[in-house]
Design a protein. Structure first.
Length: 632
């Protein structure tokens, strides 16, 4: 139920007051073991830090000064403030902010029913994979790629901008099980890169050039599947002419790869008919959409209909959200622009669940300042007193997925898992709180009072899945229906008509980017966290700055020195670790640790720019910084 590729099938038992978990050995993708994060879930579930009673803020935002109250009082206050805000400022001044902290169909979507009923503003999600989603739709008409169970029929998988040994361990082990050759394309020599047969280390935001150069070589050397391309690709000749003048010397200079490496990739990928697992990290940059568009062309050149892995939207869960309750179109507020809308006074009531934006959103100093200086009323429903909760007027205790009924699909594989409660400790589910608020508001719509089981059964019915089988096995596979490419031409579009309609180039473009500061800051996920989750319970974080020894030497910085990392968005102090795994011109801080525990996080430095041509996707990895030794 976490925001994770694998969406493991877990067998849970609660005996003698303790929770025990293990991987379901019957599950075809995730059976047999849990990753280190999953294995420690009992510590998270039974944490003494879990909220047990609602809180009302008594001090300044962020001060941690709250008063415990009963549920009736807290719900009445939230409902009264919600009515008052709608009456005074209109329903569109209310924003529900949620994301994938819990991916259960009910607990992710059911609360949205209330806000649809009230015709409030809704969030336009751009934080995670939006630019890549839009780019893949430009080429294939969908971001749903290959069923990972089909990799058993493949010879080569390329992990492009992905570190699955940390973030998709079951997928990585699946590739190993089926003896695929593994290549990695990345800026950093990650743990996955170290375990790969080939590693292609490129400079940041040069993915576009590398992919275009590979395509050029495949075309010029007739390494592509001519029959497949003729029958199924739109705009091939135009694309061929587009890449023809591309200078390999220029590609070598920009990417940092050698000519031999580029040729090895092109010839080897063609020979082995490679598939590509496209990561989310690198597409969170100003070049991200263009990069994914270029990469997406390569599997089609070797004859794959859908030769990429990116997303796996298997079931229709829209019934849980209940947009049919809305009586007028929703105002959509871009996720990355939350601070801007608060500053402009356009949001007066903010309801947060399944998310911790005061850890996960970029440009944290701006966001925190906006909340402190505004009169927005903030309600957070969470398991813990997170950074976001500290800035809230009302905090409602949530329960965990171990305490409620739900179903969850995956964005990696095609299985839907049943989630059944094993124990009840503290808090209420997202759907329970929604029903309480609806009642306090005097709403009579029966759709706001459906039980979790009723919603689950309806979703399964809509998708032609069996409730009986799901209960018997704990998971069911969603069969894949025959599908075509839903592009304007009905083909794979190397020359994208959809991109043209948005004012973009018909072909992926490379733009050389240079920041005001000399070092590119990358903020990937740490192995033991899922964005901000588990920092407070597992206690396993890595707050160090990773830096190339040559960059450090130029600044008089040595291993273990205290350094200050800064740009126009903010500054942080931490300890430096030197490694040649990080190339020159790049530094790394792991993302989204809790500010209340660490005193800062990497998002004090990240940019809140968006990739405007690609759905206002996030651009975390287009931040630039300088580093100095403290006391220098």
């Amino acid at each position: 139920m976490r925001d994770c590729y694998d969406t493991c099938s877990i067998i849970s038992e609660f005996r003698d007051g303790k929770l025990a978990v293990k991987g379901n050995p019957e599950h075809p993708i995730t059976g047999g073991f849990l990753c280190p994060k999953g294995a420690l879930l009992p510590r998270w579930f039974q944490s003494t830090e879990r909220l047990r009673a609602p809180l009302i803020r008594t001090g300044e935002r962020g001060s941690g000064e709250f008063e415990e109250v009963g549920w009736d009082e807290a719900i009445a206050l939230v409902a009264d403030k919600l009515k008052e805000t709608i009456e005074s400022h209109g329903s569109e001044s209310v924003l529900v902010y949620q994301y994938a902290g819990d991916r259960g169909a009910v607990n992710y979507a059911f609360p949205l029913r209330l806000f649809h009923y009230l015709n409030t503003a809704m969030l336009d999600h751009g934080i995670c994979d939006r630019a890549g989603q839009e780019a893949l739709r430009d080429v294939y008409g969908t971001a749903v790629g290959l069923d990972p169970e089909e990799i058993k029929n493949q010879k080569l998988i390329v992990y492009w901008g992905l570190n699955p040994f940390w973030t998709n361990l079951h997928g990585f082990m699946l590739a190993k099980k089926h003896s695929l050759e593994i290549w990695t394309v990345d800026v950093v020599k990650t743990e996955t890169a170290k375990r790969s047969h080939r590693f292609f280390q490129i400079r940041p935001e040069t993915d576009v050039l590398f992919a275009l150069a590979v395509a050029k070589l495949m075309i010029e050397n007739e390494l592509y599947d001519g029959e497949f391309v003729r029958e199924n690709v739109y705009g091939f000749e135009e694309f061929k002419n587009y890449v023809k003048p591309l200078s390999l010397d220029y590609v070598i200079k920009e990417t940092g790869l050698s000519g031999e490496e580029i040729e090895d990739f092109a010839f080897g990928f063609a020979e082995k008919r490679g598939i590509i697992h496209i990561g989310y990290g690198f597409q969170r940059s100003l070049s991200g959409g263009e990069a994914v568009r270029a990469i997406a062309i390569l599997p089609a050149l070797v004859g794959h209909r859908f030769g990429f892995i990116y997303d796996m939207k298997t079931i229709d869960k829209s019934y849980a959200e209940g947009a049919f309750l809305r009586t007028r179109p929703a105002r959509r507020i871009p996720q990355m622009k939350l601070a801007e809308y608060i500053e402009n006074g356009e949001i007066k009531f903010l309801y947060v669940y399944n998310s911790n934006p005061l850890a996960s959103l970029p440009n944290q100093n701006r966001l925190r300042r906006a909340l402190k200086e505004s009169d927005v009323f903030v309600v957070t429903h969470d398991i813990f007193l997170t950074d976001t909760a500290l800035y809230s007027d009302v905090v409602l205790p949530a329960n965990t997925f171990f305490e409620r009924l739900d179903i969850a699909d995956s964005y990696y594989h095609r299985y839907v898992a049943l989630n059944e409660p094993v124990a009840k400790l503290y808090g209420k589910s997202n759907s329970e709180v929604t029903r309480l608020l609806a009642k306090a508001l005097g709403i009579e719509s029966p759709h706001l009072y459906e039980t979790d089981e009723e919603v689950v059964r309806k979703i399964l019915e809509i998708n032609g899945l069996s409730w009986k089988e799901l209960r018997r096995r704990g998971f069911v596979k969603v069969p894949e229906k025959p599908r075509k490419w839903s592009t304007p031409s009905g083909k794979i579009e190397f020359c994208s008509q959809r991109a043209i309609s948005r004012g973009l180039s018909p072909f992926p473009e490379y733009r050389k980017r240079k920041g005001k500061y000399p070092l590119k800051l990358l903020t990937p996920t740490y192995r033991m966290t899922i964005t901000s989750q588990y920092h407070n319970t597992y206690g396993m974080i890595d707050p160090n700055l990773y830096m190339n020894p040559l960059d450090a030497g130029e600044r008089g910085i040595r291993e273990g020195d205290e350094v200050e990392v800064f740009n126009d968005n903010g500054r942080v102090r931490t300890t430096v670790k030197l490694t040649e795994d990080v190339p020159r011109g790049v530094v790394i801080l792991y993302k989204a640790f809790w500010v209340k525990l660490l005193g800062w996080n990497a998002n004090f430095l990240t940019a809140d720019e968006t990739v405007e041509g690609y759905g206002d996707g996030s651009a975390y990895h287009s931040a630039w910084v300088e580093v100095i030794r403290v006391g220098a």
